[in-house]
Design a protein around this ligand. Sequence first.
Ligand code: SF4
Length: 677
Amino acid sequence: MDFRSVLTTCPYCGVGCNFIFQVMDGRIIATLPAKTGPANEGSLCIKGWNVHEFVQHKDRLTKPLLRQGGSLQETTWDQAFDYAASELNRLKETYGPESVAFAGSARCPNEDTYVFQKFARVIFGHNHVDHCARLCHAPTVAGLASAFGSGAMTNSFAELAHAKCVFVIGSNTTVSHPIAGMYLMRVRGNGGRLIVADPRKTQIAQLANLHVQQNLGTDVALINGLMHVIYKNGWHNQAFIESRTENFPALVEMIEPFTPERTEAITGVAAADILKIAEWYAKSETSAIVYVLGITQHTTGTDNVKSLANLAMLCGQVGRPSTGVNPIRGQNNVQGACDMGALPNVLPGYQYVTVPENVEKFEKAWNAKLSGTPGLTMVEQIEAVHQGKVKGLVVFGANPAVSYPDSNRVQTALEKLEFLLVMDIFPTPTTAFAHVVLPAASFAETEGTFSNSERRVQRVRQAIAPIPGKTNWETLQELCTRMGYPMAYGSAEEIFNEMASLTPAYGGMSFPRLNEKGLCWPCPTPDHPGTRYLHQDRFTRGKGLFQAIDYRPPAETPDAEYPFWLTTGQLFSQYLTGTMTRRCPTLHHENPEVFIEIHPEDADRLHIDTGEKITTSSRRGSITAKAWVTERVRPGVVFIPMHFMENAANRLTNAALDPVTKTPEYKVCAVNLGKAA
Ligand code: SF4
């Protein structure tokens, strides 16, 4: 009997818990929390405890598939590589290199993603490479980078528990990031105050000192209202503003009209509560802001993030322990995939493609001709398919048929493609459209690193042999080699070392240094201890930039035909499109099917009972599901969880985009509602 314990990092959310796989005779038999995990300190949520259930699920793709006679048939790796390479070369020669786009994943290790974006750039000479951060935290990257110079969580998880005040906005933390929620649940016990602003009555909202339910899509108005009160009462930090920031007068002018009364009229939050939140946040010794997708998935996503940065700078609540602006990433490696340059405007390490020196640096290192023009974002790639500009798509670890907004329109685009290559661990609604499917290795079958929300780069370790026979970077480098750019990495460590040599924030990291507790970037030199919290003496950009942000309503609001607000979100036992969690029996048992939350007042008016089938429709599509009558939502609002492919909430959602980052407005649209026919 061969028995081993393998320490590795969770592949679900951006907290980055460490756990130990118990491996017997080449199979994982259990998952145990690691006491040494810096982000989880020996705790795990239900998803972490049961993670091994999906890794060895019978549905795993084990062999390449090739579309023949209208259906996908098993084939050899050799044939799949040859066919994929010849089709991608055909599109490149027939329509030009811009005709092929790349959509990656925030779930894969850094090393896989680094090779993926390099493949796109060196073979096609463009920057049409993006990944699912576009759908969640791209506004964080853009908003915080413009204000502070760095688009990442400023502080660490453990610090949150010791803040004297935590302002949680747009985050259902105990559900979407349960171990981060654990730290927030300690705030009150440690003598701090917990404030939650969320349109729904979530669990963390019920644990707070104060919960306010702002109208959907009114966050900028709420934050401007808080800043108005803080400034008028003289609770702002003048010394910090003078020494550490610029452009303050523009902010003062912008917040002037946001009186508590006007803010109440826009947001629905009582003026007295606005006053209380402003005082608690501004006057506490240490105040931290926590947010997730309730802030970013709006047409005002980047504005929302900039507004939170304004609030933190106004009160000097940044650059110290237990303060800051803290976006918790939805997926395990959103931070890492952004760091690796799987974005259409930056090379690894946020080195802008528009800066000629950056392009030259990577051209020299990679011995290839690169582009200085930003590429297409994920949603723009789909539009380019409809316009006939993009003919081929390479999808790695993503499920656009379900996860993108307005999924009916996405599926029509996938049908139109001349060539679709998908790499994934399971069959998905997206693989159903593919011409070639390459089976991927899961996180449990590879060496590498993930970078969690607190910028901590942690080791991922191989517990079992790759189920498809190859790791993902091996697959990608083989395809790249067959397309004429030889790659010959011998290990994930070799890839990491190349990436670190080109990425200043990772410059002092190496696998031996990461082995114990990982390191938080920036870590520029081999003797640097890593950086627990950012912007201590100066912001990354020098001075922090106040940006005057006015309130804009959501792109779609209720009317006579579609009189309800719809918002979407997560369940504690599910993850994204459910590809992994719905294959874990323990998790599936908790939340087996989709439901629609509706307030009792609305349910009474429409004669709807809990458990009854109802249909909800938007201008884009319809779904039918069981009603759940609950006061978690406000009257006039319905909520649908996002995980269920057969009843995807994204048939309803609006593909209206944030103008800066092109992130869709998943959190707000207008729907109607009635008993199912
Ligand atoms: Fe995994 Fe997140 Fe749960 Fe931790 S909190 S075990 S990282 S899903």
